[in-house]
Write a protein that binds this ligand. Structure first.
Ligand code: ZN
Length: 153
C-alpha cells in the first residue's frame, strides 16, 4: 500500500478492521505449524492487547495488505477496542506504508525459527526476520496510547 498524499506524523491512516477474538481462538483458527513445516499463508492476525487479536480474514479491510518493514513508517496502535495504523513519521507521497509485524511465537525465537519467518524488506538495518526481536523498545506513540488506553501487547 502506498501513500497517495503526504501523511503527517501522528495521522491515524486506516483502522485495522476484522473480527475481534480471543488469542486462544486465533491459535485454534490458525495453529502455528510445527518446526520443519511451512507456515500457513497470510493469516492476517494482529494482536490488539494481551488477550485479544483481530482476525482480518473476517471483515478485514485494506489495512491487512500493508507490508512489514524492519524500519517502518507506521505502527499499529490500539485505541481501546480499535486498532489503527498510525504514521510514526512524516510520510511522503508515493512511499510504501509498512509497519513492523514483530510476530511473537510462544516458543523461543531460535535462529532456525527466525529463518522460517524471513524478512526481505530491504531496509538498511533489516534484521532478516519478521519475528519480534528480544529487546524492542516501544515507540513513544505506542507508549502514550498505552498510558491513555491501557496495556497493549
Ligand atoms: Zn527487514
Amino acid at each position: 500500500m502506498f501513500a497517495t498524499a503526504t501523511i503527517p506524523e501522528g495521522t491515524r491512516i486506516i483502522e485495522y478492521t476484522g473480527e475481534l477474538i480471543r488469542e486462544a481462538e486465533g491459535e485454534r483458527r490458525y495453529p502455528t505449524a510445527p518446526d520443519g513445516h511451512e507456515e500457513a499463508e497470510h493469516t492476517y492476525l494482529l494482536t490488539l492487547d494481551t488477550e485479544r487479536v483481530i482476525d482480518a480474514n473476517v471483515g478485514g479491510n485494506e489495512a491487512r495488505f500493508i507490508n512489514h518493514s524492519c524500519e517502518p513508517n507506521c505502527e499499529p496502535i490500539a485505541f481501546g477496542d480499535l486498532m489503527w495504523i498510525v504514521a510514526v513519521r512524516d510520510i511522503a507521497r508515493g512511499e510504501e506504508l509498512a509497519y513492523d509485524y514483530a510476530i511473537e511465537l510462544d516458543e523461543p525465537h531460535t535462529p532456525a525459527r527466525k529463518r522460517r519467518f524471513p524478512c526481505a524488506c530491504e531496509a538498511k538495518h533489516c534484521r532478516g526476520s519478521i519475528l519480534k526481536p528480544k529487546r524492542q523498545p516501544l515507540h513513544p506513540m505506542v507508549r502514550r496510547a498505552i498510558a491513555t488506553y491501557g496495556p497493549h501487547s
